[in-house]
Design a protein around this ligand. Structure first.
Ligand SMILES: NC(=O)c1ccc[n+]([C@@H]2O[C@H](COP(=O)([O-])OP(=O)(O)OC[C@H]3O[C@@H](n4cnc5c(N)ncnc54)[C@H](OP(=O)(O)O)[C@@H]3O)[C@@H](O)[C@H]2O)c1
Length: 393
């Protein structure tokens, strides 16, 4: 069995890969960011087929990991309660071994088994990660924990690198909304530590995605834009021109995770796009350029006006003030130096559009996103008329 810990070859590779990260961060011209083409050349490198266990695997990120891993000859086992059914790449699940249990209190199906790597997608409680990492540390070589940039909440600075201080506990005296943000960040931080404490830093890979988007997204956050803009007409755009936005196609994350396991890379990586610094208006023009629609953009740059209407975010835009100042100012150089690549925004937008209109989305969900009584377009209309009134007055 391929062993992440013991193989000399791996140790050599890992130390090389860290050297590369450090030099790239210092701006060595020889180690500039790989272009998409260079990365494709690297992808032809040989790797061993892996046995991969995915904790979760049937929701959003998992099906994309599975489709890519199977295509590259790996074997996949999932571990879930058997409740969430995949809505994308459904045909691939015939080739996946599915184990049933519960991360809360039933890990029986994982006992006495061996894998090369485990990907913990469903780590939503610290004790879940603690228990699976403790159980698997002698039978699995490497633990990949799917964390989040939420570990940096509150985002008070810019250029947030991997070693920026993480949030370890929820402060007293905060409001409910802030508490939710803190809870998630604290859970992710302590789960990262639970994985590292059991597997050791030299066998743990921590991946911290920002907002993920793409076909199969169950959150209907980013999805709004590639569904709304093709409809054209008066489109409300909240946020200042250069309010920073960050997001990443779920497939770029999923595929990179599998390649990292193939290359036996270990480390902690902020996993963020797009590759160039982007403001809200640049993003909107990018989405618009992906389609052919006549839009009249109503740019509402006035933060105070938006606050009065309780509009603080419309993913990927988050009003960059207070605790969210740096939420879209995350540094991702280390990930790029280690092979993270990006699809063009137009590809993501067109694929989301095709998926949304493939007959999979029910009427209620479509109305909630768009033209239903409480849909976002009803809200959009209200805000535009309030804005026009304010500008006129
Ligand atoms: N979406 C984003 O923008 C974003 C950004 C940053 C980080 N992340 C992180 O990315 C990860 C992956 O997200 P995702 O949306 O693909 O999956 P997810 O919603 O986190 O996990 C769902 C999966 O977990 C399984 N599951 C849930 N409860 C379980 C339990 N008690 N025991 C065993 N299995 C259980 C589900 O199957 P059953 O229901 O059948 O059990 C399903 O397969 C998450 O950790 C999330 O925090 C997401």
């Amino acid at each position: 069995m391929n062993n992440f810990l013991k193989h000399q070859g791996r140790r050599k590779f890992v130390s090389n890969s860290f050297k590369i990260s450090a030099l790239a961060a210092m701006g060595s011209p020889l180690l500039a960011r790989p272009s998409q083409t260079e990365e494709k050349v690297n992808l032809t490198q040989k790797y061993e087929p892996l046995k991969i266990l995915i904790l979760g695997g049937t929701s959003f990120l998992g099906p994309h990991q599975i489709a890519y891993a199977l295509e590259r000859g790996h074997q996949i086992t999932t571990f879930t309660r058997g409740k969430t059914k995949p809505t994308i790449h459904t045909d691939k699940f015939d080739h996946v071994e599915s184990l049933v249990g519960d991360r809360e209190d039933n890990l029986e199906a994982l006992k006495g088994r061996q894998w090369d790597a485990v990907i913990d997608n469903s780590g939503h409680r610290v004790h879940w990660t603690e228990k699976t990492a403790a159980l698997l540390k002698d039978s699995v070589d490497a633990y990949l924990y799917t964390s989040s940039t939420g570990v940096f909440y509150p985002y008070l600075t810019e250029n947030i690198k991997e070693d920026t201080q993480l949030v370890r506990k929820v402060p007293a005296g905060i409001n409910e909304e802030e508490k939710l943000e803190y809870d998630y960040g604290v859970m992710k931080t302590n789960s990262e530590l639970a994985a590292q404490n059991n597997f050791g830093k030299d066998r743990t890979l921590i991946i911290r995605p920002t907002y993920m988007m793409g076909p199969g997204d169950r959150t209907d956050r980013f999805t709004y834009w590639p569904i709304r803009i093709p409809l054209g007409g008066h489109v409300l755009i909240p946020g200042k021109e250069n309010d920073p936005v960050q997001y990443i196609d779920v497939r770029d994350v999923a595929e990179w995770m599998i390649r990292l396991l193939e290359k036996k890379t270990i480390g902690t990586f902020n996993t963020v796009g797009p590759p160039s610094t982007t403001g809200m208006h640049g993003f909107i023009y990018g989405v618009h350029g992906s389609f052919s629609a006549t839009c009249d953009f109503i740019m509402v740059e006035d933060h105070e006006f938006l606050k009065k209407l309780d509009i603080y975010w419309s993913i990927p835009w988050i009003m960059p003030i207070g605790n969210n100042f740096g939420s879209a100012r995350i540094n991702f150089e280390a990930a790029v130096s280690n092979g993270l690549t990006y699809r063009p925004l137009a590809t993501s937008c067109q694929d989301i559009y095709t998926w949304w209109h493939s007959g999979i989305i029910d009427k209620e969900r479509n109305e909630k996103l768009l033209m239903g009584k409480n849909g976002l377009m009803a809200k959009e209309k209200e805000v535009i008329s309030a804005w026009k009134k304010k500008v006129k007055d």
